[in-house]
Structures are given as structure tokens and as C-alpha cells.
Ligand binder design. Structure first.
Ligand code: ADP
Ligand code: MG
Length: 234
């Protein structure tokens, strides 16, 4: 199956299920198909499956709720990081389900995502919204919990070139942070450029994508990896 057929079949499946939001697993599947680096993950439907998945991925791991009714996972206690062994995973599995049940009893649960834990690094965000007039836009900034507070972001109309991407990265206020600061090593800017250009191509090629939000992308000296992904269809 060609890439475009594969991607379109995912979109179709989501629509058939009466959804607009892709699950994190679906969104990351699409990104990976497009050559954008994402964390390794497996979907588990039982504690035993979660432990098996963690052993295959390698510790430490992160557990996350997968539900079409939960868009902000940490708001409902749906993300637990830093799990070091099978016992941790077993406990966290139950805890995630319990948390979600408490905060959002009506949420349908597809399963639990078991994911490689990316070491602490700089968190950046890449986003896109489709403007009715200008078409898809592409946004870059410092990510994680600081997005709303710092509003340190920059915007272009897609598609963007590699040069545009470099310019975007260098014009945010936090750029010196990415170049290396005190004991913080420099971030791999080429890896961010690659993600920006590929994301811009993705939203340009697939008009059915209305919104996309890669937050956070963890960046360190070696590279960058998408840790969380949201895609909303038209
Ligand atoms: P949501 O945004 O839906 O609450 P995320 O998947 O973004 O959920 O997880 C919340 C936070 O947990 C992230 O911003 C990140 O700081 C941390 N986190 C999530 N997954 C990982 C991971 N695989 N490795 C390291 N940190 C992670
Ligand atoms: Mg997130």
C-alpha cells in the first residue's frame, strides 16, 4: 500500500467511527509514516500486555490513556512517566484507569499506551491550523507547559522551505536556549528543521487535516522526537 493510500485509509476509518480527533496512536502512526520521528509505543489492553510491551520497548517507560473522549490526558491523570520495572507498570496501569474513571467516568477507554521515556530535554512545539483564506499555517515555539505563558511562537503560511524553517527557529526569543546555555547542551536544530518541513508538507498534502499539534517535541543534542501528537480533521 502506498503511503498516501495508507494515510487516507486512516482518515477514512476515523470518519467512519464518527470522530474528528485522531487517537494519539493514529496521529503518531501518520507522523511515522511521513518520516517524522516519534517515540516508540505499543497499545496495551491488559496489565500483562503492558508489561510485555514495556519489556520490548525497554525501561523506563511512560503510560498514557488512549480514549476518544480524552484530549488533554494529564488533566485527567492519564499520563504517568518514569516507570522503571514491571511492578511500576502494573501499578501505573491500574492508576491511570482509576484516575480517568474518577475525572471522566463516561470516557471510553481504547487501551493504554506504553511508550519509551525520552530523557529530560528542551520541549518545543510545532502546530498547524488551516486558515480559511491562507490555507495551512505552520507554527513553532517553546513547548510543554510554557506555551500559553510565554507565547514565544512564530508563524508562517505553509508550505515552508528548509530556509524558512531555520529562520523560524532563530527568531523565537528562546533561541539562545536552543543554541546551548550554561550546562544545557545545544539542541539539534537540523532535527527541528526536518520536523518543521515534513509537517508543513503533511498539512499541505492532506487537506483533510484541519489542526495539528505536536506538543511536546523533545529536543536534545542528538535529535528530536515527537512525544505527543494531536490531529483534528475537517
Ligand atoms: P497531554 O498533553 O495530553 O496531557 P502528553 O503526552 O503531552 O499529554 O504528556 C504530558 C507531559 O508528560 C508531556 O508534556 C511531557 O512533559 C511528559 N511526557 C509525556 N510522554 C513522555 C515521554 N514519552 N517521555 C518523556 N516525557 C513525556
Ligand atoms: Mg501534550
Amino acid at each position: 500500500m502506498s503511503m498516501s493510500t495508507k494515510l487516507r485509509s486512516v482518515f477514512l476509518e476515523v470518519r467512519r467511527a464518527g470522530r474528528k480527533h485522531l487517537l494519539e496512536t493514529e496521529a503518531k502512526g501518520i507522523l511515522a509514516e511521513y518520516g517524522i520521528p516519534v517515540t516508540r509505543f505499543k497499545l496495551a489492553k491488559s496489565e500483562a500486555e503492558a508489561i510485555k510491551a514495556a519489556e520490548e520497548i525497554g525501561y523506563p517507560v511512560v503510560l498514557k490513556i488512549v480514549s476518544p473522549d480524552v484530549l488533554h490526558k494529564s488533566d485527567v491523570g492519564g499520563v504517568i512517566v518514569g516507570l522503571k520495572d514491571a511492578r511500576d507498570v502494573e501499578r501505573a496501569y491500574r492508576q491511570v484507569l482509576e484516575n480517568v474513571k474518577k475525572h471522566k467516568p463516561e470516557a471510553r477507554v481504547v487501551g493504554i499506551l506504553v511508550e519509551e521515556m525520552v530523557p529530560a530535554s528542551i520541549e518545543v512545539i510545532v502546530g498547524s491550523v488551516r486558515d480559511p483564506q491562507f490555507g495551512p499555517t505552520i507554527m513553532f515555539g517553546i513547548g510543554g507547559i510554557f506555551v500559553e505563558i510565554l507565547k514565544d511562537v512564530t508563524l508562517r503560511i505553509a508550505p515552508i522551505s528548509e530556509r524558512d524553517a531555520r529562520e523560524m527557529i532563530s527568531e523565537i526569543r528562546a533561541y539562545p536556549l536552543l543554541r546551548g546555555y550554561r550546562n544545557l547542551p545545544p539542541a539539534n536544530v537540523d532535527a527541528i528543521v526536518d520536523i518543521l518541513v515534513k509537517t508543513s508538507n503533511l498539512v499541505t498534502e492532506y487537506e483533510e487535516i484541519k489542526e495539528l499539534d505536536l506538543n511536546p517535541i523533545m529536543v536534545n543534542e542528538k535529535g528530536a522526537k515527537v512525544v505527543d501528537a494531536r490531529i483534528i480533521l475537517e
